[in-house]
Design a protein around this ligand. Structure first.
Ligand code: NAD
Length: 335
């Protein structure tokens, strides 16, 4: 049986990915290593906590002794690395944790994996020739776009927040392990995800929560910042495909071709709530503009041509279909 280490699996994307992966890969044992920071929540993994092919370990990717012991015990032949500090606003207030987990943690993990799988540069230990390290990254490493253009895999890195700078640093470390040691690495850079199980602090859960509790719905600046929104299960399908079929050492951008600005998103969510949970006035009246985030990137948009063409991936949801499913899930959670 194959043995896969997933880090950060109690977070938003990881806790959507693990149940998807277990269902579609019956021959793989998954160990989820997660520190359970404020962003990790085991409630999100209730559906698979007793699954025969699943183990949870509470711990830190920066803890070398622990990571080594896990490799020795489980003989992992793959890693999918989600663990990170991920909220841009927190990175402005408290960048230290981002450098520690995103940069040092990634280094620690990949270095232990390399030493377990390889005995010298480009030379694998027997049985680990196909062992792969898949690094989950973000489109924010590319910086910001103006009104036009798209991020491709060739767009130069230009990170603007401590979060995106820490992710860019980790991407470079992963890249260097391919070029220097010949390690089997792969990186995916994805656009903004949304869907069930996302932490309350993020934009879409905040809009839904504030709407339902009759509070003001806070929108940064003039609400014109644009993101390319991807339903989280489309991202999970993309990761699974790249992990299995992606080209060694390559990077793949994953995006839904669903550019929407923040104000559109708030209005759309309010419209759906007006339909499914009507009250005496529209939820739209709660939308209010707040002081912009410092250094707020204007627009991100992914060119997903490479993963679509080479691996046959395509987003199944558009924003309007995915947001309905998302709202349904949060209505259950918040009520
Ligand atoms: P999240 O913040 O919801 O979850 C992160 C998880 O990592 C949490 O469970 C947390 O407990 C764990 N963690 C944090 N520090 C750790 C440490 N030192 N050791 C072990 N575990 C630790 O994040 P997410 O939104 O699920 O994002 C997952 C990955 O995807 C991140 O690498 C992020 O950069 C990337 N990404 C996210 C998005 C998005 O829209 N959410 C988009 C593109 C890429």
């Amino acid at each position: 049986m194959k043995s896969l280490l997933i880090t950060g699996g109690a977070g938003f994307i990881g806790s959507n990915f693990i149940p998807y992966f277990l269902e579609n890969n019956e021959d793989v044992k998954v160990v989820n290593l997660d520190l359970l920071t404020y962003a990790g929540n085991l409630e999100n993994l209730k559906e698979i906590e007793d699954h025969d092919n699943y183990d949870f370990v509470e711990g830190d990717i920066c803890d070398r002794k622990l990571v080594k012991a896990l490799f020795n015990k489980h003989k992992f032949d793959g890693v999918i690395h989600f663990a990170a500090e991920s909220h841009v606003d927190n990175s402005i207030e408290n960048p230290d944790a981002f450098v520690r987990t995103n940069v040092f943690g990634t280094f620690n993990l990949i270095d232990v994996a390399k030493n377990f799988w390889m005995h010298s540069p480009f030379q694998f230990n027997e049985g680990f020739e196909n062992s792969r390290f898949h690094h989950i990254s973000t489109d924010e490493v590319y910086g910001t776009l103006g009104d036009s253009g798209l991020f491709t895999e060739k767009t130069p890195y230009s990170p603007n927040s401590p979060y995106s700078a820490s992710k860019a640093s980790s991407d470079f470390l992963v890249r260097s392990y391919f070029h220097t040691y010949g390690m089997n690495v792969i990186t995916t850079n994805c656009s903004n995800n949304y869907g069930p199980k996302q932490h309350n602090e993020k934009l879409i859960p905040t809009i839904i929560r504030k709407a339902l509790s009759n509070d003001k719905i806070p929108i940064y600046g003039d609400g014109k910042n644009i993101r390319d929104w991807l339903y989280v299960l489309d991202h999970c399908r993309g990761i699974d495909l790249v992990y299995k079929n992606g080209k060694l050492g390559d990077t793949y951008n994953i995006g839904g071709r669903n550019e929407r600005d923040n104000l559109y998103i708030a209005n759309k969510i309010c419209e759906i709530l007006d339909e499914v949970q009507p009250k005496n006035e529209s939820y739209k009246n709660q939308i209010s503009f707040v002081k912009d985030r410092p250094g707020h990137d204007f627009r991100y948009a992914i060119d997903a041509d490479k993963i679509e063409r080479e691996l046959g991936w395509k987003a199944q949801e558009n924003f309007e279909s995915g947001i309905k499913k998302t709202i349904k899930w949060y209505l259950k959670k918040y009520q």
